[in-house]
Write a protein that binds this ligand. Structure first.
Ligand code: M3L
Ligand code: AKG
Length: 460
């Protein structure tokens, strides 16, 4: 029974997650069997519920040291003993390059002033001292250069070993169709408040769940545009800046028809697909359908990784290109001639950070390795079964006054076919603008409590 799965499975370490899925693998994932794709009519349509606050992100506490740590120096590195089991090692050249005294690091612009390339690769400290406020390093120099590194900063930036792999405020929660019971929601009034706490709750929802509703939005283009701009400036594209669209094929895209659109992410034809996508249904009269579909791509990917690791690997390796070619005056395709994989991972942490999937906009696979063609088609078939499974699909009927913002790098969206007059407005926001606003609000409410950004900020 699906009900045995917690509403939203907090992403913890893989073993913990695996134990949840192993226990219910057969019961939970008919998705990868012969599930028949559903339309909104076979789904239980719901309307967004009253506000559900995701608790604000709590910083992962540093392992504060009882007394000042032990430091020891060899010819290449400084070793710091946090406790008898935990040590970090920092190369001398790395430490010198990361000095943040006002001569080496601009205190206002937070930019490096030091000339990295004048640091001798074999530089070695004259003296290293463990002090209550941090590690004090004295360097060979005519001016007696000293660097003081705070202990929390050294823990944050420890790379050998990484001590804080997971970003201190990364609290992603993967979800399936059961999210419908308590979808992340804030109110327009909260979001528009001057103190920005409501805005932080909204973006914390998006950071955690990949989407969030906003209820009580005035049903006007102007107010919806203002709501979008609370996050950051709107990204203008070939579809315009703030869009107001309907099924008139005014643009060369099936979004401007009454057709159903399967779960997809937008802009797979851009090198940098938009980060957030806001939708606000202004009107739907004289017809039915047009329900909105949301699917957590990270959730489906983690199940695929569990059940079909070989398919997950193919989707993570084989690049796919896309195009927007429906208008004579423009033609879009990504900078990488082969495109980008469906599943994209951070190069060092291997964390999945972006899903790119729109089978309608996919271009001819003319650069695919012939040896991978059959495996790739098998892999996308498994992916399709996952994103169209009853376990993953969350269908919701938007109504005027409730907007939804979606992280287009994680959550796929779609809609059921419709008839009648349907008018949707919304906007794209770049992923960097979204993450910048979230970082600033995290600093304000979780790190600095409205203080000025320190040169030792964990964000730098
Ligand atoms: C959102 N708006 C209606 C303006 C444009 C929709 C573009 C849809 C396009 N096929 C894509 O997947 O990016
Ligand atoms: O019309 C809708 O509800 C969504 C359209 C869509 O998927 C898009 O614009 O990308």
């Amino acid at each position: 029974m699906l009900s045995r799965i917690p509403l939203a499975t907090r992403v913890r370490s893989a073993p913990a997650r695996r134990s949840i899925w192993n226990a219910t693998k057969s019961a939970v994932f008919p998705a990868f069997s012969q599930a028949t794709p559903r339309t909104a009519s076979s789904a239980t349509l719901t309307k967004p519920k009253p506000p559900v606050f995701a608790e604000l992100p709590k910083p992962v506490p540093f392992t504060f040291v009882e007394d000042t740590p032990i430091v020891s120096v060899d010819e290449k590195k400084v070793a710091i003993g946090w406790d008898t089991q935990t040590w970090s090692r920092f190369h001398h050249v790395w430490l010198r390059d990361h000095c943040r005294c006002p001569k080496c690091f601009h205190p206002v612009t937070k930019q490096r002033l030091l000339n990295t390339f004048e640091i001798p690769l074999d530089i070695t400290p004259i003296h290293v001292e463990s002090k209550p406020e941090g590690m004090l390093v004295s360097w060979p120099s005519t001016t007696g250069h000293q660097s003081l590194y705070p202990w929390t900063w050294l823990q944050e930036n420890s790379y050998d070993p990484p001590l804080r792999q997971q970003a201190a405020y990364d609290n992603k929660v993967l979800w399936g169709s059961k999210i419908q019971k308590a979808p992340p929601t804030v109110t327009y009034e909260q979001v528009m408040q001057d103190d920005e706490l409501g805005l932080f709750r909204w973006l914390s929802n998006v950071d955690k769940f990949g989407f969030s509703f906003v209820t009580g939005v005035p049903t006007t283009l102007e107010d919806t545009e203002k709501l979008s701009e609370r996050i950051g400036f709107i990204r203008e594209t070939q579809y315009g800046k703030f869009w107001d669209f309907t099924s008139d094929l005014s643009r060369g895209d099936t979004a401007y028809t009454t057709m159903a659109l399967g779960a997809h992410t937008d802009n797979t034809y851009f090198t940098d697909p938009c980060g957030l996508q806001l939708f606000h249904l202004l009107e739907h009269s004289g017809g039915s359908g047009g329900a909105t579909l949301l699917v957590d791509g990270f959730y489906v990917a983690s199940i695929l990784k569990e059940l079909h690791p070989e398919a997950y690997d193919i989707l993570s390796r084989v690049p796919v290109s896309g195009h927007a070619g429906g208008e004579a005056t423009n033609f879009y395709r990504p900078a990488a001639p082969s495109g980008y994989p469906v599943l994209n991972h951070d190069r060092t942490s291997d964390e999945l950070y972006q899903v790119r999937w729109n089978n309608d906009d996919r271009s001819a696979m003319k650069r695919i390795d012939p040896a991978l063609v059959e495996d790739w088609y098998n892999a996308i078939r498994l992916w399709h079964k996952g994103i169209t499974s009853p376990d993953a699909e969350y269908w919701v009927q938007l109504t005027p006054g409730t907007a939804v913002v979606i992280n287009n790098h994680r959550v796929l969206h779609g809609r059921s076919a419709f008839d009648g007059k349907r008018r949707m407005c919304g906007a794209y926001i770049g992923i960097d603008e979204y993450q910048s606003k979230l970082s600033v609000l995290t600093e304000k409410f979780c790190i600095n409590e409205n203080q000025e950004r320190s040169v030792w900020s964990p964000l730098l």
